[in-house]
Design a protein around this ligand. Structure first.
Ligand code: BES
Ligand code: MN
Ligand code: ZN
Length: 502
């Protein structure tokens, strides 16, 4: 495991590392940091010969003069006006190259005073978190572990930051990256090893470690509560469905909690209306919303955020069997709404409905944020680059849009006009669970909106962004193949803002 840290150094040529990466602003390749390393002009000649000018996406690896201590120097282009995303990309690129080169000790230097709209300490934090995210690999099932750097230091000029702030920034960056990687582990784990029962065990471990209260509703409690959505979808599996409720009281009493709801379909075969083989192949990732919520709670507690959180995670396997729920069935949800099942593959909204309604009624939350790999239709609409954001509250929507700009997890606001409810009308029940072919992501969100009461609410449809796969080109250097942990940094950013403004 990589240990992150920081060092203050005036002269980079004294750093005893295997790879020193320098983020470089366009047309400012030979700055003060480089000139100390440029003994006998080795670096400036290489840059000239290769035409390296610091453009974003370009890198140059140089073996400097033997008088210089770093074994390798990598210049990482960051373009003209680098902000936080360029910091993340540069740090991640450096970390990946260091791993490829077999470097054990990696040092990272950024053009600290040329970063636009980014405080130094936040840039330190992002360098650390992005590098740790880039070095993630899902190694649990590999006989041989991938070699990776074991030491990652952010290099700062003396006096740029108080020592305490630097240490704090590194610590925060590490907590956040580990939370993202934790969410990735949960989502990447094969469905048979992370079914509702195993997910509950994992939540127990987490709650115990963090000293948080965890409640688990299984079949009997779900029946008593009248959670027909979770029970209905869960019926086809031999593993009992569950609803997990984790509470974190970081702000003390008197402050209303934020409710976080994450879709935990540990495998989505589609139920009796079974998916095709391509459609099903990646459905272990249908627990990505639940995984993200676990990551958010973990980091919020470790950071000691002054917010109250209640995390609700409905867990089911959506499988076809003799006991599965059927098209045409009518389910009664926690808030009393009856739902005609028009498609058994639209299961996410059914389990989310119970959890959302429970959160709205039992916790009087100041806001509800849900994360769900809810619809293929959002992937059609936005592709793999953006999460669909739906909200009934302008202020909350804007807040999350702002948080997304900070973390680089793109969101795009989708409409929730009342017309869409027309498409969900049922002949036999209050509502159907699907609205037909068109506007599928919106009708799904409209369905959810029936269960949140009058609470400010944001729904994040992460179906396109929760994992990377061959078919999509959205890989960022800090998102390795597989689960991305999308939403963890986004929601944490929102919660950190709440925490400081209280
Ligand atoms: N988990 C899927 C949504 C999904 C599809 C996520 C592809 C990621 C990639 C969800 O449960 C689902 O099956 N939705 C259906 C809804 C339809 C039956 C109305 C879909 O999107 O096809
Ligand atoms: Mn489905
Ligand atoms: Zn699903």
């Amino acid at each position: 495991m990589v240990r992150p840290g920081y060092v203050f150094a005036e002269n980079l040529s004294t750093l005893d590392v295997d790879l020193l990466a320098l983020g470089v602003v366009k047309d400012r390749v030979i700055d003060r940091r480089v000139s100390g390393l440029d003994v006998e002009g080795v670096i400036s000649r290489a840059a000239k010969a290769e035409g390296f000018q610091g453009d974003a996406g370009k890198q140059l690896l140089v073996y400097p003069h033997p008088q210089v201590k770093p074994r390798r120097v990598m210049l990482v282009g960051m373009g003209e006006k680098p902000g936080l995303e360029q910091v993340r990309v540069a740090a991640a690129t450096a970390a990946q190259k260091a791993r490829e080169a077999g470097a054990k000790r990696l040092a990272l230097s950024m053009p600290w005073d040329s970063l636009t709209g980014a405080e130094v300490s936040r840039s330190v934090e992002e360098s650390v978190s992005s590098a740790l995210m880039a070095l993630y690999s899902f190694g649990k099932y590999k006989s041989e572990q991938r070699e990776a750097p074991n030491r990652l230091d952010v290099v700062l000029p003396p006096g740029l930051l108080p020592e305490k702030e630097a240490a704090e920034a590194v610590r925060k960056g590490e907590i956040i990256a580990r939370a993202v990687n934790y969410a990735r582990d949960l989502a990447n784990t094969p469905a048979s090893d992370m079914n509702p029962e195993r997910f509950e065990e994992e939540a127990r471990r987490l709650a115990e470690k963090l000293g948080l209260k965890l409640r688990v509703f299984k079949r009997r409690e779900l029946e008593e509560l009248g959670m027909g959505g979770i029970l209905g979808v869960g019926r086809g599996s031999s593993v009992e469905p569950r609803l997990l409720v984790i509470e974190y009281w970081g702000a003390g009493p008197g402050s209303k909690p934020v409710a976080l709801v994450g879709k935990g379909v540990t495998f989505d075969a589609g139920g009796l209306q079974i998916k095709t083989h391509e459609g099903m192949s990646e459905m272990k990732y249908d627990k990505s919303g639940a995984a993200a919520v676990m990551g958010i709670v973990k980091a919020a507690a470790e950071l000691g955020l002054k917010v109250n959180l209640v995390a609700l995670i409905p867990l089911v396997e959506n499988l076809p069997s003799g006991s599965s729920y059927k098209p045409g069935d009518v389910l009664r949800m926690y808030n009393g709404t009856t739902v005609e099942i028009s498609h058994t593959d639209a299961e996410g909204r059914l389990i989310m409905a119970d959890a959302l309604a429970y959160a709205a009624k039992e916790y009087d939350p100041q806001a509800i944020v849900d994360l769900a790999t809810l619809t293929g239709a959002i992937v059609v609409a936005l592709g793999p680059y953006a999460t669909g954001l739906f909200s009934n509250d302008e202020k909350l929507a804007k807040t999350l849009e702002k948080a997304a700009e900070v973390t680089g997890e793109k969101v795009w606001r989708m409409p929730l006009w009342p017309e869409y409810h027309e498409m969900l009308k049922s002949e036999v029940a209050d509502v159907k669970n699907t609205g037909g072919r068109w506007g599928g992501a919106i009708t799904a969100a409209a369905f959810l909106s029936r269960f949140i009461g009058d609470k400010p609410w944001v729904h994040l449809d992460i179906a396109g962004t929760a994992w990377t796969s061959q078919r999509s080109g959205q890989r960022k250097p800090y998102n390795p193949q597989g689960a991305t942990g999308v939403g963890v940094r986004l929601v944490l950013e929102y919660l950190r803002e709440l925490s400081t403004s209280s």
